[in-house]
Design a protein around this ligand. Structure first.
Ligand SMILES: [Zn+2]
Length: 231
């Protein structure tokens, strides 16, 4: 964790951002004790989420927006506590990495350890909740992020269309009404799935620092666009 924090070099001192600039809460999905999915090579989802979230915070600040990490230590008490951690945020963004269903998994041996994987699905997707107080802005931001991602060459997944209706099929934004972090948020909110860590090739891409930076750039550019568009 310390190594991660220093290698990404998030600026934690007073930011140059205007105090009136939109404030984004960047939530690191999962916790130390419940770290989420395990990648094809045995790495926890939380580790992926942490790396990308730090880069997103930096990318937002680079654009003059304000950003605050939620759950940096991985010890947050509950899902409800996540949006409550930054009550004055203008947007709540929860960073996750996707997995697959149990029945889709195959086994392989990586560095002497048996691991599970599936090379069937890859790509990013997003979720919004109709129970959020500002669905319109939540969806607008999902669409602007998705558009920016695709323009930069990232390809979304249709994996989650099997269970979740599309809110914006072109940009892989789905409805997931009962996600607690989305409907307990007092501001527009989005859950971002960066890619499928059970996919053996995509896992490596998702660990690539240069690609993480490009993805963070796409997210920050999309958010800057939707949060400065008059409602
Ligand atoms: Zn997750």
């Amino acid at each position: 964790m310390a190594a991660l924090l220093t290698s990404v070099r998030v600026v934690t001192t007073a930011s140059a951002a205007d105090a009136r600039a939109p404030l984004i809460a960047v939530d690191i999905g999962h916790t130390v004790s419940a770290p989420g999915a395990i990648s094809a090579r045995g790495r926890t989802e939380r580790e992926f989420n942490l790396e990308l979230a730090l880069r997103v915070v930096q990318a937002l600040r680079d654009r003059g927006l304000r950003a605050r990490l939620v759950n940096a230590d991985g010890m947050i008490a509950s899902l409800e506590a996540r949006p409550a951690a930054v009550p004055d945020a203008d947007f709540f963004l929860s960073i996750h990495h996707d997995s697959v269903s149990e029945w889709e998994l195959e086994t392989w041996v990586w560095q002497g350890h048996e691991q599970t994987f599936s090379d069937r699905w890859q790509g990013h997707s997003m979720f919004v909740s109709r129970r959020n107080p500002d669905l319109a802005r939540s969806l607008l931001c999902g669409s602007t992020i998705g558009a920016r991602m695709q323009r930069m060459g990232f390809v979304p997944t249709e994996k989650n269309a099997r269970r979740r209706d599309y809110a914006d099929s072109l940009h892989a934004v789905h409805f997931f009404d009962n996600l607690i972090v989305l409907y307990r948020a007092q501001q527009p909110a989005l859950l971002f799935e960066a890619g499928v860590i059970k996919h053996r090739d995509e896992e490596l891409l998702l660990r690539d620092p240069e690609r993480q930076t490009r993805m963070a750039d796409a997210i920050a550019t999309g958010l800057a666009a939707c949060l400065t568009t008059p409602g």
